[in-house]
Ligand binder design. Structure first.
Ligand code: NDP
Ligand code: BG6
Length: 513
């Protein structure tokens, strides 16, 4: 395998860097970073990776010397790549500003190399081109695998043999899916480790790059009012909810082989759960945080069939418009039983969380788009005011809502007296609404993650043992679903999902928020 990276993980202490420019300067002026986007002709590259790289460039976060190469089989000239990329660049930092000059400068640093994914010869050609740009500087190389997973290993093999750096670091960002069960994930990890050491592998879960997910630890560990309440003693249940108001449009082919549990729950929602529930890490170093996350995952009981409800959206006509069902997609088999919705109850068998249901819900083609963490607190013992809420005592409990997206917010539902001479109580929100509080646009998750990968900061990337633990929780259940071909409950496109999710919650005395 190629050389491991020199030195220890980044020694940057993040809170010392409110100015991001300083972060980029931590890469030496004598070195250069070459970023190769493998699969540059694809959807993710256009939609997310190039725009994120531009945003970093715009904010002066990229090192002084950098080059971006697109690599794919499609034939394209540099000019054609630039033209393709330019169509998706936006001035997200400040929509009123004209970024065209910066865009021009950025595009001049973008190049393209066409090649096969399994050809060492083509990667040798890429290496030659990279060297021309790097000159005599120390070369650091980042490969972003924005390609289907069946070709990950071909690329890693060729890139590591023929295009890795000789005097700097070589890192590879790998996109999900990381396998489809414990066995295939372990095989992928083994395959990657034939050519790379763990420190070179940056497994991306873009939810970890979302602002409010990153803020979870800050909220918890830097506010005295939350951490003491963060346990079974005060928390009744935790809900982690993901919903999209559109179907699998355009990605049905990929999706049918995976389903919502693999697409969203096993990774994005489970990562949120682990961060939410972990013990206080020794420090903010990546290994300390990831050690705590693994402990949570290992303390969990694998999912049981009776604690999971699955659904699939069907066609629905509303206001004269017909929305297609999942199996109407031509790339999806007509008799597919792949779930596009799932709700699950999970439990963490440790002293802090024993008996607390963590409910997850994830679905496509629902009535709204949102990702939220909802923390429902217990009833106030001997509540003096319980009479003031009528019979619905659940309404009297506090709830903390962390709205990850859209319209980021953190709000706490509290009880309050309605002003006036009588004694009537009301629920109000103590609300941190990001758009009102902060004028700056929130960065896209990919910006943060790309910057971290360049900086060698691994905190927000998934370590292989975390991945193994995550798959161990879901693999038996997924196998059972597939072996028994359990039919999902159908729900209309644009609805709130299958009613079974409510029965599941009710089983644990939970009402979905
Ligand atoms: P695409 O299907 O668009 O593939 C990317 C590129 O890979 C294509 O442009 C094509 O380039 C090449 N390619 C596609 N299929 C094959 C094949 N069968 N054999 C060889 N090459 C192929 O993928 P996306 O851009 O959508 O996604 C890239 C990765 O990111 C995937 O792993 C995906 O699961 C993951 N991902 C994607 C998300 C998204 O929103 N799109 C979200 C989260 C993860 P060419 O023909 O020019 O070589
Ligand atoms: C991806 C899933 O990982 O996340 C998609 O594969 C999903 O199915 C997407 O649409 C959601 O990401 P975001 O950032 O738009 O919420």
């Amino acid at each position: 395998p190629p050389k491991a990276e020199n030195g220890s993980p980044s020694e940057i202490i993040l809170d010392e860097f409110d100015d991001l420019t300083a972060l980029s300067n931590s890469i030496n002026d004598d070195s250069t970073v070459s970023i190769t986007v493998v699969g540059a002709s694809g959807d993710l590259a256009k939609k997310k990776i190039f725009p994120a790289l531009f945003a970093l460039y715009y904010e002066d976060c990229l090192p002084k010397h950098f080059t971006i190469f697109g690599y794919a089989r499609s034939k394209m000239t540099d000019a054609e790549l630039r033209n393709m990329v330019s169509k998706t660049l936006t001035c997200r930092i400040d929509k009123r500003e004209n970024c065209s000059e910066k865009m021009e400068e950025f595009l001049k640093r973008c190049f393209y190399h066409s090649g096969q994914y399994d050809s060492e010869e083509h990667f040798i050609d890429l290496d030659k081109k990279l060297k021309q740009h790097e000159g005599s500087r120390v070369s650091n190389r980042l490969f972003y695998l924005s390609i289907p997973p069946n070709i990950f290993l071909d690329v890693v093999k060729c890139a590591s043999k023929s295009a890795s750096s000789v005097n700097g670091w070589t890192r590879v960002i790998v996109e999900k899916p990381f396998g489809r069960d414990s066995e295939s994930s372990a095989a992928l990890t083994r395959g990657l480790k034939q050519y790379l050491v763990e420190d070179q592998i940056f497994r991306i879960d873009h939810y970890l790059g979302k602002e409010l997910v990153e803020n979870l630890s800050v909220l918890r560990f830097s506010n005295l009012v939350f951490e003491p309440l963060w346990s079974r003693q005060y928390i009744r249940n935790v809900q982690i909810i993901f919903s999209e108001d559109f179907g699998t449009e355009g990605r049905g082919g990929y999706f049918d082989g995976y389903g919502i549990i693999r697409d969203i729950m096993q990774n994005h929602l489970l990562q949120i759960l682990a961060l939410f529930a972990m013990e206080t890490p020794i420090s903010l170093e990546a290994e300390d945080i990831r050690n705590e996350k693994v402990k949570v995952l290992r303390s969990m009981k694998p999912l049981q069939l009776e604690d999971v409800v699955i659904g699939q959206y069907k066609s629905h006509t509303k206001g004269g418009t017909t929305y297609p069902g999942y199996t109407d997609d031509k790339t999806v088999p007509k008799d597919s039983v792949t779930p596009t919705f799932a709700a699950a109850a999970l439990f963490i068998n440790n002293a802090r969380w024993d008996g607390v249901p963590f409910l997850m819900k994830a679905g496509k083609a629902l009535h709204t788009r949102r990702t939220e963490i909802r923390v429902q607190f217990r009833h106030v013992p001997g509540n003096l005011y319980k009479g003031s809420f009528g019979t619905d005592l659940d309404r009297a409990t506090n709830e903390l809502v962390i709205r990850v997206q859209p319209d980021e917010a953190i709000y706490l539902k509290i009880n309050n007296k309605i002003p006036g001479l009588g004694m009537r109580l009301d629920r109000s929100n103590l609300n941190l609404h990001y758009a009102a509080r902060y004028s700056k646009e929130i960065p896209d998750a990919y910006e943060r993650l790309l910057l971290d990968a360049i900086e060698g900061e691994r905190r927000l990337f998934i370590r292989s043992d975390e991945l193994d633990a995550a798959w161990s929780l879901f693999t038996p259940l997924l196998k059972e679903f597939e072996e028994k071909r359990i039919a999902p409950e159908l729900y209309p496109y644009g609805s709130r999902g299958p009613v079974g999710a409510h029965y599941l919650a009710a089983k644990y005395n939970v009402r979905w928020g």
